[in-house]
Design a protein around this ligand. Structure first.
Ligand code: ATP
Ligand code: MG
Length: 559
């Protein structure tokens, strides 16, 4: 459910509400129309949340329709992944999955209709010539010498194009609109191209494929879509979208509404560029946890709720060129997991500590809450033994003034346990620290030590009971905020070489067996998720979703 009180402006939602209140609209039908040529990314999530959200909000329907007019770039694997992503986000499309290719017969009949009406013609110009004849923003286009073929000749040529009698690029079907229009999209746009390609849905039935523009609005009309929501780059296509509706016997009249696409800093949101990262082996597939794909974010550990919340936070406007701070996304997942992720202790950089006044056979365990505010998360057992692991970063031999962790002669509290004091630092021949010798003040369980203040609390794990875990620490894939802004520099040059660091950690025994995609707060460290692929193979691998510091919350407070 959308929480409107905390939501950013959404002009489309407001507009539809007004239309309903004014009695102009009684049902709402939207659609999400991906092309199955790659995996969905966070930008698509914005469109999904918007389209499915509007349908939910106003008791309407949202269709999932694959915009599959370019068989050369499309694959069944992408169709499957897209369906899985939409469902994982928690949305349900109305009716069956639809394909623009379901409408190829109808679209062809409509193309013939335009030809008969003298509103479309077969052109023999080459692709280069068509481009040249089209003119520029400042210069009108010129009519093709084939523009005035008779409807009979055009019908015959179109039919022969369909039957595969011509080579690719030899002919196209174009609408006959206005070669001098200030809007280049109206300068006799292409309706059909010859492509001798097999299609994932229609097989070898077609030798010609309709253009995006000729397909999209008519598919909306066939499906009874009321509000056809798309990104702003289609604003200039709207007159064409409407021209088709005006000139074809369509069963309904959808309306196109444009909004500003999502741009996220340190991120690229283009399927083509993301595909390049996959194909070049820069990342480990489309669902690499560093990818801004929905499947990558899922594997990283984002929850569907956090992605939906983020999409609500960013709002829907027509303001172009803005860039959303990725800290907002981090904030959305942190605030979800703060409330919903169980706690655990895991040491990422293990340093051995021997507790000299704890006997070898000491047998003690603490029962601590799975979550400080959630009784439903039960308790976990933390065995306490003579040897423990602490994080190497929680010790300094020569600490600066405000270092409230462990140092020679200093005390610190072990989280959920006793206060210990560091008595001795043991080094190897190379002068590296091998272990610490500490002593426990047994009088400090759940209370402050007599007469001293101990400020620091550190996490720890019993060495005898620790379970080894692989921990993958992720950082942004790109080093700069707008990796693809500068057209002269390859966006790959901005890759962050340190976007993945793998460490071998020691975790408390409650993490011995974890189901895929279980999320935890590793206390004092961050939020982590059991990698779904590794966990399915019985390996303990945790992906860092996000650290604990929330810069976005700070920015908001300063407001
Ligand atoms: P890409 O450039 O990544 O290939 P696309 O627009 O070509 O994106 P489609 O599969 O056609 O990919 O997109 C499906 C829907 O998602 C479209 O309605 C499109 O407008 C929307 N969409 C794509 N990218 C974004 C984005 N960054 N922000 C919001 N909506 C987006
Ligand atoms: Mg597209």
């Amino acid at each position: 459910m959308t929480n409107e009180s905390s939501s950013a402006p959404n002009f489309i939602r407001n507009q539809i509400r007004e239309e309903i209140e004014a009695g102009k609209v009684d049902t709402v039908v939207t659609r999400f129309p991906p092309e199955p040529n790659g995996f969905l990314h966070i930008g698509h999530a914005k469109s999904i949340c918007l389209n499915f959200g509007l349908a939910e909000q106003f008791g309407g329907d949202c269709h999932l329709r694959f915009d599959d007019t370019n068989p050369a770039r499309e694959e069944q694997a992408y169709i499957d992944a897209i369906k899985a992503d939409v469902e994982w986000l928690g949305f349900h499309w109305a009716g069956k999955v639809r394909f623009a290719s379901d409408y190829f017969d109808q679209l062809y009949a409509w193309a013939q209709h335009l030809v008969r009406e003298g509103k479309a013609y077969v052109d023999d110009l080459s692709p280069d010539e068509i481009r040249e004849y089209r003119g520029t923003l400042t210069e009108a286009g010129r009519p093709s010498p084939y523009r005035d073929r008779s409807p009979e000749e055009n019908l015959d040529l179109l039919e022969r194009m369909r039957r595969g009698e011509f080579a690719e690029g030899e002919k196209v079907l174009r609408a006959k609109i206005d070669m001098a229009s200030p809007n280049i999209n109206l300068r006799d746009p292409i309706l059909y191209r010859i492509r001798h390609a097999s299609h994932h849905q229609t097989g070898d039935k077609w030798k010609i494929y309709p253009s995006y523009d000729f397909t999209h609005g008519q598919s909306d009309a066939i499906e009874g879509v009321t509000h056809s929501v798309c990104t702003l780059e289609f604003e200039d296509h709207r007159p064409l979208y409407e021209w088709f509706l005006d000139n074809l016997p369509v069963p309904a009249r959808p309306r196109q509404i444009e909004f500003a696409r999502l741009n996220l800093n340190y991120t690229v949101t283009s399927k083509r560029k993301l595909k390049l990262l996959v194909d070049e082996g820069v990342v480990d597939g489309w669902d690499d946890p560093r990818m801004p794909t929905i499947s990558g974010m899922r594997r990283r550990g984002y929850t569907p709720a956090s992605i939906r919340k983020f999409c609500e936070m960013i709002g829907v406007t027509r303001a172009e060129g803005g860039m959303v701070d990725i800290a907002m996304l981090y904030h959305a997942i942190r605030s979800d997991l703060e409330d919903n992720a169980p706690r655990a202790m895991c040491v990422l950089k293990p340093l051995k500590v021997v507790l000299t006044n704890v006997p070898e056979d000491h047998d003690e365990a603490f029962e601590v809450a799975g979550h400080p505010a959630r009784d439903d998360m039960g308790v976990r057992r933390l065995p306490f033994t003579r040897e423990i692991w602490i994080d190497a970063d929680d010790f300094m031999e020569e600490p600066p003034k405000k270092f409230f962790r462990l140092a020679p002669g200093k005390e610190v509290r072990l989280r959920n346990a006793y206060v210990i004091r560091c008595d001795e630092v043991i080094k190897n021949a190379a002068g590296e620290i091998e272990e610490l010798r500490c002593s426990v003040d047994f009088d400090t369980l759940g209370r402050n030590p007599e007469g001293r203040k101990v400020k620091g609390v550190i996490h720890w794990v019993s060495a005898a009971h620790a379970v080894p875990v692989e921990v993958r620490l992720y950082d942004n894939l790109f080093q700069v905020e707008a990796p693809d802004r500068d057209r002269d520099v390859d966006f790959l040059e901005h890759l962050n070489r340190d976007s993945l660091t793998v460490v071998q950690g020691c975790a408390e025994p409650s993490l011995a067996e974890v189901a895929p995609e279980t999320r935890y707060q590793f206390e004092r460290v961050g939020y982590f998720c059991a990698d779904r692929h590794a966990a399915a193979e019985g390996r303990r691998v945790f992906n860092r979703i996000v650290g604990l510091k929330d810069t976005w919350a700070k920015i908001q407070k300063k407001g």
